[in-house]
Design a protein around this ligand. Structure first.
Ligand code: BGC
Length: 509
């Protein structure tokens, strides 16, 4: 497999979107400024021991103040689209009721700058930072939070609907349920285990209500949602390991995708207490399974699962980031995550297995025959970057070849898997968003897991492009050159192009 930017560019169809993604709480900082209200994450992150080394999100990447510089860096990169999330607490500090105009203004300016820079905006409504008053009222355990998200979607649609090319209602509800409510590793820090199941239905209902509000506002942008997908592999041929990986597949993948794409919860989950005593109404299921313009998939890695409570089996980086509770040693745990014996790992301890991108897409294609067009809405890797200073020129270099390799292999695999003859040839793959623009506040791992194409100096906040930034820049430029040459060839032969590259809707507006 080649990692050359030019070779990869040649494989990328002209209409394929290459984007970059962030989330508000991970980059903005300015938590107490211009009328922003507190979020559940502000409170959780302030608890001693909740975040690695008690890192604080108070400044994060200072993006709230450096937004124009960050947009300029994206323009220089040449990216097609930028996926970012709205801070609900900045726009509607109480989570319901009055709107904060200073908060609205920030994203107004961001959207205008993106469009002026030729970058198509993709907006995530909910990327985990619930307004504190809603968390205090039970957060996603409370059905009312879903209605509040619907209301927030209507506010966002009215303010930004004319400029947003693509909406993502909810990002990775599985992570919120598992880390936030089942294990207590993310805000709001609840360790309810299986009692966390209502948060699944309420987040999916929130997605449905947000989607309904965006449709009612007639926004021209495409509307979808994002689930994370991790193929589950049994650690051995032992039938108990197989059963365990099947259960993980239901709990992490199918539980969140089936209701949206098939309109029903997986049968296997019906045995859980919440579902034996709860029968979602037809109206809830109708809202959850409304047609989507696209489906967002976050793919980072596959997961290897073994039966029973495991001793020290979670890779050290991951255990550190997630806290002692998740080291796989929970007494009585029915199964645990274990490492792939042969895999290269990221700084998080996540296995690097690009071939499982094809497995993920293949499983999605098989399970959901009516899948709408798909965007990989996140993919990337954390590595401890090495900063090299050239003493003669004073220039800084960050040679993150492993990140380049990760991105090249995953993008190429996704394209091959969805091409004719590939395991997911029925999927209309529309794009790939790199996680992430900046080294940022990686939730409970603080600033210990850098995913950015731009290094951020924690003291000065200075942004330094890594080699991966220049690699992506070269690829984007090569792709544009190839597209321009193709148009030139068509003009000189007088032939019509076979298909018009699809324009990103709002970038043109
Ligand atoms: C989330 C991001 C996170 C990334 C890396 C995704 O699950 O959407 O917020 O930073 O993974 O952990």
């Amino acid at each position: 497999m080649t990692f050359s930017a030019k070779d990869l560019a040649a494989k990328i169809p002209p209409a394929f979107t290459l984007g970059i993604a962030t989330a508000a709480f991970q980059i903005e900082g300015a938590l107490d400024e211009d009328g922003r209200g507190p979020s559940g994450w502000d409170v959780f992150a302030a608890k001693p021991g909740a975040i690695v080394d008690d890192h604080s999100p108070a400044i994060a990447c200072d993006h709230y103040h450096r937004m124009p510089e960050d947009v300029a860096l994206m323009k220089h990169l040449g990216i097609d689209s930028y996926r970012f999330s709205l801070s609900w607490s900045r726009i509607q500090p109480g989570g319901s009721g009055p709107v904060n105009s200073a908060g609205l203004d920030f994203y107004d300016r961001l959207l205008d700058q993106l469009l002026a820079s030729g970058i198509s905006p993709m907006v995530t409504l909910y990327h985990w930072d619930t307004p504190l008053p809603l968390d205090e009222a039970g957060g996603w355990m409370n059905r009312d939070t879903a209605y509040r998200l619907g209301e927030f979607a209507a506010i966002a649609a009215a303010a930004y609907g004319d400029r947003v090319a693509r909406w993502c209602t909810v990002n990775e509800p599985a992570t919120v349920t598992t880390n936030g409510y089942a294990l207590g590793l993310h805000a709001p820090g609840e360790a309810l285990l299986l009692k966390a199941l209502p948060t699944v239905h309420h987040q999916l209902l929130g997605h449905g209500l947000a989607l309904q509000a965006l449709r009612a506002a007639n926004v021209p942008g495409e509307i979808g949602m994002t689930n994370v997908y991790s193929p589950m592999l049994p650690a051995s041929i032992n039938p108990l390991d197989k059963l365990s990986s099947g259960l993980m597949d239901v709990a992490q993948n199918r539980l969140f995708a089936d209701p949206v794409l098939l309109g029903k919860y997986p049968d296997a989950i019906r045995a859980a207490t919440f579902f034996t005593s709860f029968s979602p109404s037809d109206e809830d299921m109708r809202l959850i399974s409304q047609p989507l313009d696209y489906y967002g998939l976050n793919y980072y890695m596959p997961t290897c699962v073994a039966a029973g409570p495991g001793e020290g089996s979670v890779p050290p980086g991951m255990a550190e980031a997630m806290g002692d509770d998740l080291s796989g040693t929970t007494p009585g745990a029915p199964f645990h995550i274990t490492s792939f014996p042969d895999a290269e790992i990221t700084a998080y301890g996540w296995p690097i297995k690009p071939e499982y991108m094809a497995v993920a897409l293949g499983e999605m294609a098989e399970r959901y025959p009516d899948l709408p067009p798909v965007f990989i809405t996140e993919g990337g890797a954390s590595f401890e970057d090495v900063i090299i200073t050239d003493h003669a020129s004073g220039q800084i270099m960050i040679p993150d070849e492993r990140r380049i390799r990760y991105l090249a292999q995953h993008i190429a695999t996704a394209l091959e898997a969805t091409a004719p003859g590939g395991p997911a040839e029925s999927i209309d793959l529309k794009g790939y968003y790199v996680w992430s623009l900046l080294d940022n506040f990686e939730w409970s791992a603080g600033y210990k897991q850098p995913f950015g194409l731009l290094h951020v100096d924690p003291g000065t906040q200075e942004r330094t492009p890594k080699a991966s930034y220049y690699w992506l820049q070269e690829m984007l430029a090569a792709r544009k050159d190839a597209a321009a040459a193709a148009v030139g060839a068509v003009i000189s032969t007088g032939l019509e192009p076979e298909a018009e590259p699809e324009a990103e809707p709002a970038a043109e507006a």
